[in-house]
Write a protein that binds this ligand. Structure first.
Ligand code: ACO
Length: 331
């Protein structure tokens, strides 16, 4: 937890990449027993992007990073650390961040992954703040990349509907004005880990022909339980981050919530008593892209010219672990 202090980090540039292939709800109707109407009313999703067979998380992340660097007016040589937040790495090891470093030809700068589920982008920002303000790093490339559709069971209607693929990146550095990260609130509850997880492929259940035959390499989710915890925790996180920043609900110009389900997004907006136009949502076109959803939302708002200097933004997420976090940020 962090309270409003004088020194803070800011986002200098953002960028994102989504694969070209679109999977609509009508396509899903042909794959499992579902309907466009059910999916829209329960989730708000109309379509999602799907990576091609030869694309891995780092491929999306490299493209998103190039766009973020360009947006920041910087080159690869200007960054000195890469952090990738992902739950769907290219390989168990080395880290996806090292594959990204290779892809960007970013010679010898440190690179590592964090595994925090959908909350990873905010946990990454919090880590980056510590590293920048203590002088370890000057400029960090913070990436959120996820290819959940590669660990999705396309025969299970309970889990195959929400997810899409995407990566997004932000260049973080120390702020030289009043803008930047004002406060953060971050929490986890490992007791609830098995409500949303990928059982096999790690050391608990190593990948074997048996684990694959049992479908244990696929994402498992008790959707309704996750839903209830997400609503509760995202409300808590947003309010706590505001309190730590010395701000009130009325001060918020935009809430950028993790895009898991439109009903979770709306419920979180109601907790902050915000009108719908202040609650960013793009879930209809990308689905739940996990750790990439908040930086994509930020980038889109920025690109649309909606963010004005001095605006107060709350970024708010919940994900596998469980983990939850919120950041209050002055644009
Ligand atoms: N099409 C039609 N019917 C379906 C579908 C579908 N795709 N999926 C489930 N159903 C049925 C169920 O079988 C059930 O039927 P029954 O009542 O006859 O048993 C009924 O719909 C209700 O099922 P629920 O699971 O209660 O549906 P719910 O309204 O909760 O919606 C959903 C499911 C969309 C998954 C929702 O629970 C959700 O979005 N949960 C949150 C997920 C989330 O937040 N994840 C965040 C983190 S993600 C990360 O970290 C990677």
């Amino acid at each position: 937890m962090k309270e409003n202090t004088k020194r803070r980090i800011k986002i200098r540039g953002t960028g994102f990449y989504v694969p070209d292939k679109i999977l609509t709800n009508f396509d899903l109707e042909k794959m499992v027993d579902t309907s466009d109407e059910w999916i829209i009313s329960r989730t708000g999703i109309k379509e999602r992007r799907i990576a091609s067979e030869d694309q891995a998380t780092s491929d999306l992340a490299v493209e998103a990073s190039r766009r973020a660097l360009e947006n920041a007016g910087l080159e690869v040589k200007d960054i000195d650390l890469i952090i990738v937040a992902t739950s769907t790495p290219d390989t168990i090891f080395p880290s996806t961040a090292c594959w990204v470093q290779k892809g960007l030809e970013a010679d010898h700068i440190p690179a590592f992954d964090i595994s925090v589920g959908c909350t990873g982008f905010l946990y990454g920002m919090i880590l980056a703040e510590g590293l920048i303000l203590n002088g370890t790093s000057k400029r960090i490339l913070q990436i959120g990349g996820e290819l959940l559709t590669k660990v999705t069971d396309w025969k299970d209607r309970n889990t195959c509907v929400p997810f899409g693929d995407a990566a997004a990146a932000a260049v973080l550095e120390e702020a030289d004005d009043e803008s930047g990260m004002l406060s953060y609130y971050w929490k986890a509850d490992g007791k609830l880990g098995n409500l949303l997880y990928q059982p096999a492929g790690g050391t608990r259940i190593p990948a074997t022909s048996q684990s694959v035959a049992q479908g244990l390499h696929y994402l498992k989710m008790k959707g309704n339980d996750v839903f209830k915890h997400a609503v509760k925790r995202m409300g808590e996180a947003a309010l706590e981050a505001l309190k730590l920043a010395g701000l009130n609900k009325e001060d918020v110009d935009y809430l950028i919530p993790h895009q898991a389900n439109v009903r979770i997004i709306e419920a979180t907006g109601r907790r902050l008593k915000l009108p719908p136009e202040k609650v960013y949502s793009n879930i209809h076109k990308y689905g739940n892209v996990s750790v990439a959803s908040i930086p994509i939302g930020l980038h889109e708002l920025w690109e649309e010219g909606q963010l004005k200097k001095g605006n107060i933004i709350v970024m708010d997420a919940f994900g596998a672990g469980f983990t939850w976090a919120a950041v209050a940020y002055r644009w």
